[in-house]
Design a binder for this molecule. Sequence first.
Ligand code: BG6
Length: 501
Amino acid sequence: MPDSVKGNQICTLVIFGATGDLTHRKLIPALYHLKLEGLLSEKVQIIGFARQNKSDLEFRAGLKSAHKEVSRTLYDESFWQVFDKQISYHQSNFDDLDGYKSLESKIQAYEKGNGLPSNRLYYIASSPSFFGTILDFLKQSGANSSSDGGWRRVIIEKPFGTDYDSACRLNKVVAGSFEEADTYRIDHYLGKETAQNIMVLRFANAIYESLWNNRYIEQIQITVAEDLGMESGRGAYYDQAGALKDMVQNHLLQLLTLVAMESPVDLSADAVRDEKVKVLRSLQRLDTIEKVKKNTVRAQYVDGCVKGEPVPAYINEDRVPKDSKTETYVALRLFVDNWRWKGVPFYLRVGKRMTKKSAQISIFFKQVPQVLFNENQKLEENVLMIKMQPDEGVAMKLMSKVPGSSFELNPVNMNFDYETTFAKQSAEAYERLLLDTMSGDATLFIRKDEVEEAWKFVDDLAAIWKDESKAVDLATYEAGSWGPKEADDLAGKMKHKWLEI
Ligand code: BG6
């Protein structure tokens, strides 16, 4: 066992819905890389639990070919051969008690035979319609509790509910099977290196925190753009969700909480989440038609070009109804009504089929008074840019003098780039998150009250958008663009502009 692997991280990881995309493209590559870094003990058993009939060999072969395609490092066959010995497959329906019992006997026999602790990590990565069933059967089969001191933890994928009521119902089912401290609701954006760096940037550097409030900050922008449309048959799911529920309810609101939260009393999971949930509670609700019309834009993409290739309109995507009114783009102007942030707009925008894949948080500082420099010299505001993807880094826009005898000013960027500075590629979000669940650290996972608060906020807006009598427009934007003109108007209301990325 490598030194970096702690004994209490040894466990059996059972992945429910293991034949799906997430396991192939994210979870197995993450586990492979953890092993490559010496962070996954050879004693960790990985068991795929799913309905399809497959042998261990067939299951591993499928994982291998997906891994080869997506791996962030050069594929190493001999390393894969060592890694895949830890992987096996268990065929069962999700509502078949015998399937859970036979799995439990198999695991117990293996653990006893090899002198391993009886720690279990259940990863529910199935279709959301099975979340409740799986939790229930884990309980019925007794797999949710241990009689010999081993731990039992559950990871639940998104979407966690489709609205406030369904999230509360699911929380009740979870609570019937697992303690809250053993429940890990995933939001993979929290596992991204730069998202974790937000707290460090804010609380480990004296210069920012003293300016981090409505006296010095003019506005904040959070952009998450994707160039992809409805790949791998996602149209049916996406058309039910839309960008608001697919991305804003979770990833964007989570990023907002990290930017806006107060300093926690310590870095324990509950201290951090206590502060994040306060931000969600302070969000000004979008609960009237006037507020919605003033502060929100929703839009859908029409035909266009991405990276020089023509792409179809959303309504012509696979498994999307031709008369769909689902939004593939959202722009919001939000206000966090507390002492620190009163009056500062938080602009959020997210969309599919935009110009390029990019996620960035931009903090715009207030302008200095225009007294010293010639009025023709346009002073631009300082902007702190936290770049999350594709390239990770932090940049600061400053005004600078252009070298020479005249007093000409120009904006320049001070850049810090992760890969160059640390000479190391960042880990994928799922690597960090899986490691944290094995070590029992829930800081980067969503607590029960957080998910409920986020849904409460989103539900108000979703209800008004859905209500045809309220006639909130669905704007359009060309695929491959930065979104609809209406989003520029939204920022323009307070004389702001979206930062060009
Ligand atoms: C998922 C959404 O949660 O995040 C997808 O369901 C989206 O629609 C994805 O494409 C984006 O994640 P990332 O890490 O590629 O930005």
